[in-house]
Design a protein around this ligand. Structure first.
Ligand code: CA
Length: 184
């Protein structure tokens, strides 16, 4: 191999190496409310997590879509962060369903399970049902737990990137809206 050919080979080799090294990916998806229409949520922020820490945030567009770009392969998670959409969706039906869950007549699962724990003590019981009742009847303006929306403390979504860009949708619900009835 002549020196010229060798140099050409080196340049080609490092070009390939840099292309592989600089490979970036995207995490995209839709944030939607967990009601029967799966209403997309605009004006809503999404957190990007890595190793349990928030490393970025982005706002959804008019279709509820979000995108994190220029990412390297890693074990990310994404979650709802906050929204300008007002709190809503709770009725006495929700309070009844939380009580029914507590006594074992029904089983709330997934995001509705998280939504039932409004007092912030990690236990779903009559106190949560009562708290929702109070808020429906405007005796209180916020929950003891202090939160209006189920967020990344309960509901993080795995978003691991290995060899390609990925799509991860995020379901969201207001605390107390265990029947997913809210639309705005
Ligand atoms: Ca509770």
């Amino acid at each position: 191999m002549t020196m010229k050919k060798f140099l050409a080979f080196l340049i080609m080799f490092f070009g390939m190496f840099l292309t592989a090294f600089n490979q970036t990916y995207e995490i995209t998806g839709t944030v939607y409310y967990a009601n029967s229409n799966s209403d997309p949520m605009d004006h809503t922020y999404v957190y990007l997590w890595l190793d349990g820490a928030i490393i970025d945030s982005v706002e959804t567009d008019g279709n509820g879509d979000y995108a994190f770009t220029d990412l390297s392969a890693d074990e990310y998670e994404v979650s709802f962060a906050h929204t300008i959409i007002p709190f809503g969706g709770i009725t006495t039906t929700d309070a009844t369903m939380i009580q029914q869950h507590f006594v074992g007549q029904i089983t709330l699962t997934g995001i509705y399970f998280y939504a039932a724990e409004v007092t912030g003590d990690d236990v779903i019981n009559s106190a949560d049902a009562l708290e929702v009742c109070k808020r429906v009847n405007k005796m209180i303006t916020e929950y003891e737990g202090g939160k209006d929306w189920v967020d990344g403390d309960d509901n993080k979504k795995d978003a691991e990137i290995t060899t390609q860009s990925i799509v991860v949708d995020i379901d969201v619900v207001c605390f107390g809206d265990v029947d997913g009835s809210y639309s705005w």
